[in-house]
Design a protein around this ligand. Structure first.
Ligand SMILES: Nc1ncnc2c1ncn2[C@@H]1O[C@H](COP(=O)(O)OP(=O)(O)OP(=O)(O)O)[C@@H](O)[C@H]1O
Ligand SMILES: [Mg+2]
Length: 230
């Protein structure tokens, strides 16, 4: 089996005193898997996601994503790797408020050198699929939370990333919008997208994920693949 993500003996300490915020843990995520990462506040979920994204470096161990040792990349190479291979979605959307919806979505494609016309076509296709086409020329500030999150998902997918990372993507949404985003994640998974989803919401994890892990105090306390509770 090809593993899109491999964490080998990975630990992260933010300060030298006390226990690490994460790990050491081993974790392999297969291509096409939708992994939900659950656990209490402060258990290391976002830390794990940031290490996978190369946004932060582990104190120990090796993080390999799509065959690339992301922990060994310098800042520039890491940013480039993220732009090309990883899509990220956050709780509070992180859209650029002075760009239109279409321009927000196209931006990562243009940053990787996709010609404007091609980027626009890909953005249009995604807006269509995600049901936000009528808002193409609107500014994010005028959209509902659910619509903004769909824009953020479209932006994350514009470069056809090997991996989609989502940190509490429904955390700031009302129930109905949360349901829309949930359905979107289910569809993406069914289409073969590899996803790592951090969520407090166990029903979201159950609906979207093919596998669930639970972190407690930075350790892997449960993995539905092995059902071993440690
Ligand atoms: N940049 C940082 N500097 C110092 N400590 C940090 C930093 N980021 C996280 N921590 C600490 O590491 C631990 C794990 O934090 P993390 O953000 O990964 O938890 P989480 O599971 O995502 O929590 P939440 O559900 O509240 O988002 C916490 O004790 C947190 O205070
Ligand atoms: Mg977090």
């Amino acid at each position: 089996m090809t593993h899109l993500i491999q964490l080998e003996g990975v630990a992260k300490r933010y300060d030298s005193a006390g226990a690490p915020a994460l790990g050491p843990i081993d974790l392999h995520v297969a291509q096409g898997e939708a992994l939900a990462v659950t656990g209490p506040s402060g258990s290391g979920k976002s830390t794990l996601l940031n290490l996978v994204a190369g946004l932060d470096k582990p104190t120990e161990g090796a993080v390999t994503v799509a065959g690339q040792r992301v922990d060994r990349l310098n800042e520039h190479a890491s940013a480039r790797f993220r732009r090309e291979r990883i899509g990220m979605v956050f709780q509070f959307f992180n859209l650029l408020d002075d760009l239109t919806v279409a321009d927000n979505i196209q931006l990562p494609a243009q940053l990787t050198g996709t010609p404007r016309r091609k980027a626009a076509a890909r953005a249009a296709e995604l807006m269509d699929v995600l049901g936000i086409g009528t808002h193409a020329r609107a500014y994010p500030g005028r959209l509902s939370g659910g619509e903004r999150q769909r824009v953020a998902v479209a932006r994350a997918l514009v470069n056809r990333p090997a991996l989609l990372l989502a940190d509490e993507p429904t955390g700031a949404l009302d129930t109905a919008s949360g349901r829309d985003v949930r359905e979107l994640l289910v569809d993406l998974h069914q289409g073969g997208q590899t996803i790592v989803l951090v969520t407090h919401d166990l029903s979201l994890a159950e609906a979207c994920a093919s596998r669930t892990i639970r972190l407690v105090d930075g350790h892997l306390a449960f993995d539905s693949r092995t059902e071993a509770v440690r």
